[in-house]
Design a binder for this molecule. Structure first.
Ligand SMILES: NC(=O)c1ccc[n+]([C@@H]2O[C@H](COP(=O)([O-])OP(=O)(O)OC[C@H]3O[C@@H](n4cnc5c(N)ncnc54)[C@H](O)[C@@H]3O)[C@@H](O)[C@H]2O)c1
Length: 255
């Protein structure tokens, strides 16, 4: 079977109640992982857990705001209590709120960076302390084509772009520190993916048309397109990869 090594691995997926996070949780569970579905709504996480259980998998729901260290620490404690170890962290939770650069408030900046960047740091640091004990572990970050450098800039979401660029830079540095501990970390840069986050874009036919015109594969991605990359990066199939960015964007950046 493909990804045989994922059987009985313990995986935490943040932002797992909907969109891409839900797809990652379902994919990893279908490959035999025990999944922790973390997000800000216990009820929504539980619905994903119920789906996983209905397909014969194992999962637990944990309410966790990743921007708060106490809540992250509680999520890790509960995971260890229930499953005994942590093998995989999928840093997926994020927000994308529009405002022009000149109108952007300090509060908006802080909120986005607290969730999209500090949250990834807090979750990573807490799981690495557990992974280091077994000298093995994998972290998969969900960044974005808005990460800058080889990615692209997007007007109206300067703070979001900064957070996504930060994730990639942080992962490169972490890869060097974590390699001796047997832990790999890679990032995925999704293009336009059909999730609740894309709802406002989809509602404006002109914006959507403009976007599709720049995407060589002429479609918006499905959450499963990203979940497939998560499974690859979480498994030993990618054992020679760390500090990398995998772009999954229908060719958008190549255009
Ligand atoms: N949809 C896209 O086109 C697209 C493109 C590139 C990258 N991304 C990234 O993919 C990831 C998943 O987003 P999505 O598209 O599924 O959007 P989404 O809005 O459907 O999902 C994001 C999830 O994060 C959760 N979340 C928000 N704040 C949180 C917090 N403080 N603590 C814990 N969870 C929190 C939300 O409740 C939600 O379930 C995000 O990091 C996003 O930036 C999305």
């Amino acid at each position: 079977m493909q990804y045989e090594d994922l059987k009985n691995k313990v995986a935490i997926v943040t932002g797992g109640r909907q969109g891409m996070g839900k797809a990652h949780a379902l994919k990893l569970a279908s490959l035999g992982c025990k999944v922790v579905v973390g997000d800000i709504s216990q009820e929504d996480c539980q619905k994903v857990v119920d789906e996983i259980k209905a397909m014969g998998g194992e999962a637990i729901a944990i309410k966790c705001d990743i921007s708060k260290k106490v809540e992250v620490d509680k999520m890790i404690e509960k995971t260890i209590k229930d499953f005994g170890k942590i093998d995989i962290l999928v840093n997926n939770a994020g927000i994308c709120q529009f405002n022009s650069f000149l109108d952007l408030t300090e509060q908006e900046w802080d909120k986005t960076l607290d969730i999209n960047l500090k949250g990834y740091f807090l979750c990573s640091q807490a799981v690495v302390r557990e992974m280091a004990k077994q000298k093995k572990g994998v972290i998969v970050n969900i960044a974005s084509v808005a990460m800058g450098q080889i990615g692209m800039g997007f007007p109206g979401i300067v703070h979001y772009c900064a957070s996504k660029g930060g994730i990639v830079a942080m992962a490169e540095a972490m890869a060097l520190e974590l390699a001796p501990l047997g832990i790999r970390i890679n990032s995925i840069a999704p293009g336009a993916i059909d999730t609740p986050m894309m709802e406002s874009t989809k509602q404006d036919p002109k914006v959507l048309e403009g976007m599709l015109a720049s995407i060589p594969l002429k479609r918006v991605g499905k959450p499963e397109d990203i979940a497939n990359a998560v499974a690859f990066l979480a498994s030993d199939e990618s054992s020679y990869m760390t500090g990398s960015v995998v772009v999954v964007d229908g060719g958008w950046l190549a255009g």
